[in-house]
Design a protein around this ligand. Structure first.
Ligand SMILES: [Zn+2]
Length: 258
């Protein structure tokens, strides 16, 4: 038994073995393990005098569409160049080992999908699903990875068939979370018997309610994170460490070698 398996509580392993409906709630820490910058990282190149919070707003897009669209295309390139890590793969595998699994993510990349997961609830939208800012029509991006200079560039957003401009398909500061995804996430949290909160600080509302809802409904809540967070008090178990190590070890402990 290696060190990491030893740190996983035996009663967590037992709970996972008999779980009927597992919810996996993921945040920026899971993407960071694939090398994707988080909002906490400072911006460089063309955007070095900005904070991420200043670019991810409807007002910023209104004021300087080329600056904001260029930033999102650069981010889409970074995500497309990144690969799912062992945590994404373990979550996709877990879906084949338990009767029901719901993935709820705060991440705007497609790494869960590229690891093989389906029906991922994206609470903050996606870099890969832009839409018209005027009529809401989905915009189909050209296939392949965008080619952007490392330091970024200004870039004009595409024009919709209605004449409106296309905007990133993410939820910006000051915007509401998508109603359908949020409702499905709350329902899953209230019906599950085991919820994993992985790589999320649990601070951003209303998504941060998801672990509390699960706990109130009687589910066990497991946190997997390298550091302590606001979620600690909601958790049945807190497992300290990178999800890319902990999740594969947990699966092996509960279900045997893959
Ligand atoms: Zn349109």
């Amino acid at each position: 038994m290696n060190r990491n398996v030893a740190t996983i509580p035996q009663d967590l392993i037992a709970a996972l073995k008999k779980a009927k409906h597992v919810v996996v709630f993921t945040g920026a820490g899971v993407s960071a393990e694939s090398g994707i910058p988080t909002f906490r990282d400072s911006l460089t190149g063309l955007w070095e005098r900005f904070h991420a919070e200043d670019l991810a707003t409807p007002g910023a897009f209104h004021k300087d569409k080329e600056l904001v669209w260029g930033w999102y295309e650069w981010r889409r390139m970074k995500v497309s160049q990144a690969q799912p890590n062992p945590a994404h793969i373990a979550v996709a595998t877990l879906a084949t080992l338990v009767p029901k699994l719901t993935i709820v993510t705060q991440n705007v990349d497609d790494l869960h999908e590229r690891a093989g997961s389906t029906d991922v609830l994206h609470l903050h939208g996606s870099l890969h699903s832009p839409r018209c800012a005027t009529c809401g029509q989905a915009h189909i991006l050209p296939p392949g990875i965008p080619v952007e200079p490392e330091g970024g560039r200004r870039s004009s957003p595409p024009v919709c068939i209605c004449g409106g401009l296309v905007r990133p398909g993410v939820v910006w500061f000051g915007e509401d979370l998508p109603v359908r995804e949020l409702r499905q996430a709350f329902e899953a949290a209230q019906k599950c018997d085991l919820l994993f909160a992985i790589g999320t600080s649990g601070l951003v509302q209303p998504a941060a309610r998801i672990p509390s809802l699960a706990k109130q409904a009687g589910a066990c809540v497991v946190q997997v994170n390298p550091t302590s967070t606001e979620l600690d008090r909601e958790c049945t178990w807190s497992v300290r460490g990178g999800a890319g190590e902990i999740m594969p070890n947990l699966l092996q402990a509960a279900f045997g070698p893959a």
